[in-house]
Every structure is written in structure tokens, then in C-alpha cells.
Design a protein around this ligand. Structure first.
Ligand code: PLP
Length: 311
């Protein structure tokens, strides 16, 4: 197995984007990580690949929807390594998302199942592979778990180094929060660096209650800290979910169009567009001014193209 960690830049690509509502906005372009359209799933996948190699696995099994960035990146690694890749996915209709088309191009096997039968479908896929003599490596949907958390624990060290090298202290970091793994990694990284930068996750689907609980658990699982301490650090905002995963409103599409026009940065309606619009609403709602804010572009460029096709 190749060492995919060499694809993750030691110094993250961060630059000053511009002014938003009287705050100085910086952006970290993880969407430009040079593997399979990058994104936070590329950071996580580099670590999963190393784990799979350590345990001599010869195929991957994972879970995700048709637009899943995670599944695309894992299928890409599997294809590059000549390994099998099985993706369990909720039944979908309509035009295939670009990530799904790319995933199929890599030769991944996609098994669709009704939502209430996902976990048994995963179990049977894994056990059938084992019965046929394979040694599958299972990755939870979205790369959730300590390995995924490690990816953004490591990324925070790069952000901290950037701040120190450039004499910049970020008041807060905003990003799209889904399974909460990215957020948990950033929080653990900030604690390890002794940084007081606030990590603000804009929920792309989950309620504040559920989403925050999962981030807290991911933080305590990863760094072994006290639950109260973890809870104090978790800011998980669910005011901008637009009613659920993949749903969006005009403020999201206006944001996508404006950010592309003004800055030449593609955002998508499921993750980063929602998070950027949510960041601006949060700034307004909380009267935040004169701060230095870092927005992490967590990837998902193929969904930008899905979006273009739909308008
Ligand atoms: C998966 C994903 C997220 C959410 O990451 P989590 O670690 O699951 O919270 C955010 N943005 C993009 C583009 C993603 O693909």
C-alpha cells in the first residue's frame, strides 16, 4: 500500500479570503488536497489506508449516500491499490450524483438497501467477503471514529503553526459538521496546542442535542478528557440545517453563487455552502465584529457540479 499521508500537506493551504460582515475571513482549502477532489474525507482516508495496510486488509467495506465524498475517496484508494471496495448505500432515486458516477468508474460494488436494513446489509457484506477468503477493512460512514478524529487533530497543528508563523490568532474556526469527527479532531487539537480559538460546527443535518452529544463522545473517546470539559468546548449550531441532510434554501444558494463570483471558490449546498451561509448568519445573530475567522473548506467539489446541473 502506498503511503497516502504524503498527499496531505504538512502546511495547510490557508489564505485571507476577504471581509464578511466586518470580520476578516481566512479560508483553509482542504478541498484542494491533491487526491480525489480532496476534502476532509481525503485527510481521513490517508489514515484509514495506513490502518488497513497494518492489518493486511485486502478490501474495503464502507457506507455512504450517492453524493458521499467519503465513499468516492475510499473507492479511489481501493482502485489505486487494486483492492476490492464494497459500498453500502441507502436506496436513492433521480439522477446519479457525480461522486457516485466516479465511485462506479473506480469499479466499486455498490449495494443499495432500505435505511432500516443498512447495518444488516453491511454485516452480511463483511461476512460474505470473509467466507470467500478476503480480509475486509470496515470504515464507518463518513470515516467516523478515532482514526477520523486523528485527521483533524493533526490538521489543527498545521493551523496553529500557520498562526504562529504569520502572527495571526484566529478568534474562531467555522466548518460544516456532520458526524462530528472533524469537529472533535479540531477541538482535541486546540486543547493539545493550548489554543483558545473557538471551534464552531455548523450542523448540516443533526439537531443540536444529538450532534453535540456525538462530538462530546468523540472528544472524550479520543483524548480521554473529562466529559464536562469536552462539553464546554463543543459549539454545535443547528439553526442552519434547512430541515435536514441535503436540504437547502435560498440563503445557501445565494451564498454559493456569491462566493463563487467574488472569490472563485466552489461551495456545495449539502456541506460547505450551508456552513458558509450558517457562519454569516451566526456572525450576524451574535453581533460578531472585528474578528479573525478561519473557515475550513472541507471539500465536496463534485456536489458543486451536482448543484449546477440542478439549477
Ligand atoms: C463529510 C463532510 C463533512 C462533515 O464531516 P464530519 O467529520 O462527518 O463532521 C463536511 N464537509 C464535507 C464536504 C464532507 O464531505
Amino acid at each position: 500500500m502506498r503511503d497516502y499521508s504524503t498527499l496531505i500537506p504538512a502546511a495547510p493551504l490557508i489564505y485571507r479570503l476577504g471581509e464578511e460582515r466586518n470580520n476578516e475571513i481566512y479560508i483553509m482549502r482542504d478541498d484542494l488536497i491533491p487526491f480525489s477532489f480532496g476534502g476532509n474525507k481525503a485527510r481521513k482516508a490517508a489514515l484509514f489506508a495506513a490502518k488497513a495496510a497494518q492489518s493486511s486488509c485486502d478490501c474495503f467495506v464502507t457506507y455512504g449516500s450517492a453524493g458521499s465524498n467519503h465513499c468516492r475517496v475510499i473507492a479511489n484508494i481501493a482502485a489505486a491499490e487494486g483492492m476490492g471496495c464494497t459500498i453500502v448505500s441507502p436506496e436513492s432515486d433521480g439522477e446519479a450524483a457525480f461522486s457516485r458516477l466516479i465511485t462506479k468508474e473506480f469499479g466499486a460494488r455498490v449495494i443499495e438497501a432500505p435505511l432500516d436494513r443498512i447495518s444488516e446489509t453491511i454485516d452480511s457484506a463483511v461476512s460474505e467477503l470473509k467466507k470467500s477468503g478476503f480480509n475486509p477493512y470496515f470504515i464507518a460512514g463518513g470515516g467516523h471514529g478515532n482514526v477520523g478524529t486523528q485527521a483533524y487533530f493533526d490538521a489543527f497543528a498545521g493551523i496553529d503553526a500557520y498562526g504562529k508563523a504569520n502572527g495571526i490568532r484566529f478568534d474562531s474556526i467555522f466548518h460544516a459538521s456532520g458526524t462530528g469527527t472533524t469537529q472533535a479532531g479540531l477541538i482535541c487539537g486546540a486543547m493539545a496546542c493550548g489554543s483558545d480559538t473557538k471551534i464552531i460546527g455548523i450542523s448540516i443535518a443533526r439537531s443540536k442535542q444529538r450532534g453535540a452529544d456525538v462530538v462530546v463522545r468523540s472528544v472524550t473517546d479520543f483524548c480521554g478528557c473529562d466529559e464536562h470539559l469536552a462539553r464546554e468546548k463543543v459549539i454545535f449550531e443547528d439553526d442552519y440545517t434547512c430541515g435536514g441532510y441535503g436540504k437547502y434554501d435560498k440563503s445557501v444558494t445565494d451564498t454559493i453563487d456569491r462566493v463563487m463570483r467574488m472569490y472563485g471558490v466552489p461551495l456545495d449546498p449539502t456541506y460547505t455552502g450551508k456552513a458558509f451561509a450558517g457562519m454569516n448568519s451566526y456572525i450576524k445573530a451574535n453581533g460578531i465584529q472585528g474578528q479573525r475567522i478561519l473557515f475550513i473548506h472541507t471539500g465536496g467539489t463534485p456536489i458543486y457540479f451536482d448543484y449546477l446541473r440542478s439549477v
